[in-house]
Design a protein around this ligand. Structure first.
Ligand code: NAD
Ligand code: DAO
Ligand code: ZN
Ligand code: ZN
Length: 372
């Protein structure tokens, strides 16, 4: 196979708008797959990396990690997918063979971690370039390009019946929220849950909490425009910290007669992470950090919060093992167990992708889905 041209949104530097251009893409090498991206969501993590606050963001780079696509060509030795298969790229791969995969305790496969974190394919090079200048990969996925090359171990093969322009959201946001509730927190029927931040992740946590039959779901955001959707999805209470002149954890502890069973931080704000921990019930409440804070930021609380039984955890991609478990999430969507339409507040072509970032920063979108 020859090198091809692909239309992509290139981030040439931190804080700069993405530039839509034709760039060069080398064919897939051993263990790699060429994928045509049909649609991709825009997640806050893309904006975080574009801002320059992500230590793993190397420029120029093709961002995007919430995609759905179709296999176009196979590199040598690829056996688990075929041309024409529908796939969701995985920023958390699953090799099945590394210590992490074999542990059965985590979804954080480390097989290609070192190169993926440097914006490179597993052989230490890039497939993307422009005029001879290498353009870096992002999270092993780079879905803001019509064609992208992805390691075989970072592709979940899904049902061909699933609409890629919707289930692309299972490539990050929705799975992260659902999984954090079911796999990380293991919320049970009747539990009280607090969700901090009502973007794509927080709303997916609400859906997960409803599926787990949580008794009470408190939805917290400083943007009251998010409350209607949160209620629609099943939040029983909405809380705006700006309406109170005391710490929001104190408000929630009072509202719930002692604190919540589980809280989820879906923002990436270390101060809110503290509130999320401290609104948990003494003796057993657990707080799950999902939001990604800026490089170098630190969380703090008084150790006595933990001594007295609260637990602090974190969750990446909802603890979901992509290749073996994500196809089942897609099937659950097809079976009508949860919906995705509410998340998709905007759709647009790649040429308008900067608008998707603006809408996110203005708090006007949940997810914009880019169609190629
Ligand atoms: P988003 O920007 O769509 O939503 C964030 C929400 O938080 C917004 O509604 C905003 O109004 C609200 N918010 C901001 N500051 C607040 C405050 N002080 N108090 C209450 N609410 C506040 O973002 P998203 O796409 O939903 O992503 C959320 C976070 O999750 C980001 O940090 C993202 O990087 C991270 N993330 C983590 C994983 C993971 O696997 N751990 C996966 C995807 C995204
Ligand atoms: O294995 O050390 C590691 C890193 C795994 C990356 C998991 C990323 C989860 C948080 C980033 C948000 C994803 C969009
Ligand atoms: Zn994401
Ligand atoms: Zn592995």
């Amino acid at each position: 196979m020859e090198a091809i041209k692909t239309r992509a949104a290139v981030a040439w530097g931190p804080g700069q708008p993405l530039s839509i251009e034709e760039i060069d893409l080398l064919p897939p090498r051993r263990g790699e797959v060429l994928v045509r991206i049909v649609a991709t969501g825009v997640c806050h993590t893309d904006a975080f990396t574009l801002s320059g606050r992500d230590p793993e963001g190397k420029f120029p780079i093709i961002l995007g990690h919430e995609g759905g696509g179709i296999v176009e060509a196979l590199g040598e030795g690829v056996t688990s997918v075929e041309v024409g298969d529908h796939v969701i790229p995985l920023y958390t791969p699953e090799c099945g063979q590394c210590k992490f995969c074999k542990s059965g305790k985590t979804n954080l496969c480390q097989a290609i971690r070192a190169t993926q974190g440097q914006g490179l394919m597993p052989d230490g090079t890039t497939r993307f370039s422009k005029g001879g200048t290498p353009v870096y990969h992002y999270m092993g996925t780079s879905t803001f390009s019509e064609y992208t090359v992805i390691p075989e171990i970072a592709l979940a093969k899904i049902s061909r019946e699933a609409p890629l322009e919707k289930v692309c959201l299972l490539g990050c946001g929705v799975t992260t929220g659902l999984g954090a509730v079911a796999n990380t927190a293991k919320v049970k029927a009747g539990d009280t849950v607090a969700v901090f931040g009502l973007g794509g992740i927080g709303l997916a946590v609400i859906i997960g909490a409803v599926l787990a039959k949580a008794g009470r779901i408190l939805a917290i955001d400083i943007n009251p425009e998010k409350f209607e959707i949160a209620r629609q999805l099943g939040a029983t209470d909405v809380v705006n910290p700006k309406d109170y002149d005391k710490p929001i954890q104190d408000v929630i502890v009072e509202m719930t007669g002692g604190g919540v069973d589980f809280s989820f931080e879906c923002i990436g704000n270390v101060k809110v992470m503290r509130s999320a921990l401290e609104c948990c019930h003494k003796g057993w409440g657990e707080s799950v950090i999902i939001g990604v804070a800026g490089a170098g930021e630190e969380i703090c609380t008084r150790p006595f919060q933990l001594v007295t039984g609260r637990v602090w955890r974190g969750s990446a991609f909802g603890g979901v093992k992509g290749r073996t478990e994500l196809p089942r999430y897609v099937q659950r969507y097809l079976d009508g167990e949860f919906e995705l339409d509410t998340f998709i507040t905007h759709t647009m072509g790649l040429e308008d992708i900067n608008k998707a970032f603006d809408l996110m920063h203005e708090g006007k979108s949940i997810r914009t889905v880019i169609h190629f």
